[in-house]
Design a protein around this ligand. Structure first.
Ligand SMILES: Cc1cc2nc3c(=O)[nH]c(=O)nc-3n(C[C@H](O)[C@H](O)[C@H](O)COP(=O)(O)O)c2cc1C
Ligand code: FES
Length: 437
C-alpha cells in the first residue's frame, strides 16, 4: 500500500518510465469482437513464434533497453471490430486487419525482425493501402476521450493506466481543489449526462453537494440496456480505472463516501475487470479510509442487474441495488435528495464518469472547445446493422449522421440504398435521409 501522494507519484513515474522504454510493441485487440474471430489464437501464435526464433519478449509491463525485449500485449477494443482480429505494431502505428495465425510468421519476420510493413495485412480501400491506424478513414473523423485508452492498455494493469496519466485528476481533485471548485469545473465544461437524458452533470453534482444528510452515494449506471449498444461495456471492460477515477472525483466533489456500480449481468467480463480494478486501487490506497491522509474515504461496490431493461432507469436501478423490485417511481423526491437507501445520490452513466478525469486535468475550456455550443465534448456510438464498418466510435458532438454512417461507417453494405437509422435504442427513434445532416 502506498502511504502518500508522493509515493503514488513515484509509483506512476516508474510505470511511465517502463512504458516509455517499450519501443517495440505488438498490441493484439482482446475485445469481444476480435476474440470471437480468433484473436487469442493470433496472440498465442505470435508468442510461440517469438519463442521459436529466440526473440526476447515480455507480456507484462517491464523496463526495456534499446528496444529489447519486444512487448506483446492484449488491449481492449480498437473500435474497428468489422475487420478484426486487429494487430497494431508500435512505434510505427501500423495496423494489421483480419489477422490469422498463418499471418504471424510474416509479422515477426518482416515487421519485428526487419522493421518493414506487411502491406497485404493493412486496411485497403479504393486501392489505397492505409498503413497507420491514424490514417484509416474509420479513425480520421474520430476524437477519442472516453475510449482513448481502450486500444492501448492492458485493462488488468493499474500500472498501465497510471503510466498513461491515470489518477492524476484524482490526485489534483484530492490535493489542490475544493469540492466547490470541482463542481464548478464540471459545470463550466458543459458536460451533460451520456445515459440519454443529457442532464447537466455539474448541476446534478452541485445539488448533491448541497445536501447535509450523510452518508451520500455515487452510483454508476452500467446497465446499458439499449439493443446493440456496447459503448459502456467497452469502458468497463477495457479501461475500468477511468470510470472509477470519475466516480471517486464525484465523491470528493459531493462529500460521498460510497460508490456503487450497477452492471448488467450479461457483462461478466466487465464485472471481473471492475472487481480487479477495485482490488488494485484498494491495494495502492486509492480507495479506502482516509485516502493518503486526506480525511476523505471512499469504498466501491458492484451490484449486478438481472437483465431487466427498466432497471437502467435511475430510480428502478437504486431500488434494484437495495434488493427491491426494479420499478421506477414518481419524482419528486429526486435521486439527488432521496436516492440510494433514501440518501443523497449522484447517479451518472459510465461514459459521463469516463469524461471527468480529462476535464479536471485539461480544464473546462479545453472540453468546451470540442463539440457544439450547447453540447460539449464527444459521444461514443456503437455502429451495428446493415453498415459496412460495424464497430465502436467516438466523435465530437455535432458530427452529422451522414459523417457517422458514410465517412466513418463506410456506408451501407453491398452498396445498398440508405433507408433509415435507429438511434438511441427504444427511447430513440428511426431517422430517414431528411435528418442525415
Ligand atoms: C427505461 C429507461 C432505461 C434507461 N436505461 C439506461 C441505461 O441503460 N443506462 C444509462 O446510463 N441510463 C439509462 N437511463 C437513464 C437513467 O434514468 C439516468 O437518467 C442516467 O443514468 C443518468 O446518468 P447521466 O446523467 O450521466 O446520463 C434509462 C432511462 C429509462 C427511462
Ligand atoms: S473487438 Fe477488436 S476492434 Fe472491437
Amino acid at each position: 500500500m502506498l502511504k502518500s501522494i508522493e509515493e503514488l507519484r513515484a509509483y506512476r513515474a516508474e510505470a511511465k518510465a517502463a512504458m516509455d522504454s517499450e519501443n517495440r510493441k505488438i498490441i493484439i485487440c482482446g475485445g469481444a469482437g476480435c476474440v470471437s474471430k480468433g484473436a487469442n489464437k493470433v496472440y498465442e501464435r505470435l508468442l510461440a513464434l517469438l519463442e521459436e526464433k529466440g526473440i526476447k519478449f515480455n507480456v507484462k509491463l517491464e523496463k526495456c533497453s534499446d528496444g529489447d525485449p519486444v512487448r506483446v500485449t492484449k488491449s481492449g477494443c480498437h473500435g474497428f471490430c468489422e475487420v478484426g482480429p486487429l494487430v497494431r505494431v508500435e512505434p510505427q502505428g501500423w495496423l494489421y486487419v483480419k489477422v490469422k495465425p498463418e499471418d504471424c510468421e510474416d509479422i515477426i519476420a518482416n515487421t519485428i525482425v526487419k522493421g518493414e510493413c506487411v502491406d497485404r495485412l493493412c486496411y485497403t480501400q479504393h486501392g489505397i493501402v492505409y498503413k497507420k491506424q491514424s490514417e484509416v478513414p474509420f479513425y480520421k473523423k474520430q476524437t477519442r476521450i472516453s475510449l482513448s485508452n481502450c486500444d492501448k492498455i492492458d485493462a488488468t494493469s493499474i500500472e498501465e493506466y497510471l503510466a498513461r496519466g491515470g489518477y492524476t485528476a484524482f490526485e489534483k481533485a484530492l490535493t489542490q481543489m475544493t469540492g466547490e471548485q470541482i463542481v464548478n469545473e464540471i459545470t463550466e465544461s458543459g458536460l451533460r449526462g451520456r445515459g440519454g437524458g443529457g442532464f447537466p452533470t455539474g448541476r446534478k453534482w452541485s445539488q448533491v453537494a448541497r445536501q447535509t444528510r450523510l452518508p451520500k452515494y455515487v452510483v454508476c449506471n452500467g446497465d446499458e440496456g439499449d439493443p446493440g449498444a456496447f459503448m459502456d461495456r467497452s469502458v468497463m471492460e477495457d479501461d475500468p480505472h477511468r470510470m472509477l477515477e470519475g466516480m471517486i472525483i464525484a465523491g470528493i466533489a459531493t462529500g460521498a463516501s460510497e460508490g456503487y456500480i450497477y452492471v448488467r449481468a450479461e457483462y461478466p467480463l466487465a464485472v471481473a475487470r471492475l472487481k480487479n480494478a477495485i482490488a488494485k486501487a484498494e491495494e495502492l490506497g486509492i480507495l479506502g479510509d482516509n485516502i493518503f491522509g486526506s480525511g476523505f474515504s471512499f469504498h466501491m461496490h458492484i451490484s449486478r442487474g438481472a437483465g431487466a431493461f427498466v432497471c437502467g432507469e435511475g430510480s428502478a436501478l437504486t431500488a434494484s441495488i437495495e434488493g427491491k423490485r426494479g420499478m421506477p417511481r414518481v419524482k419528486p423526491p429526486r435521486t439527488v435528495e432521496h436516492g440510494l437507501f433514501d440518501q443523497p445520490t449522484v447517479l451518472n452513466n459510465v461514459e459521463t464518469f469516463a469524461n471527468v478525469a480529462d476535464i479536471i486535468n485539461n480544464g473546462a475550456e479545453w472540453y468546451k472547445s470540442i463539440g457544439t455550443e450547447n453540447s460539449a465534448g464527444t459521444k461514443t456510438f456503437a455502429l451495428t446493422g446493415n453498415i459496412k464498418n460495424a464497430g465502436l466510435i467516438e466523435v465530437p458532438m455535432g458530427t452529422t449522421l451522414r459523417e457517422v454512417i458514410f465517412d466513418i461507417g463506410g456506408g451501407i453494405r453491398d452498396n445498398g440504398e440508405f433507408k433509415a437509422v435507429q438511434i438511441g435504442g427504444p427511447s430513440g427513434g428511426c431517422l430517414t435521409e431528411d435528418h442525415m445532416d
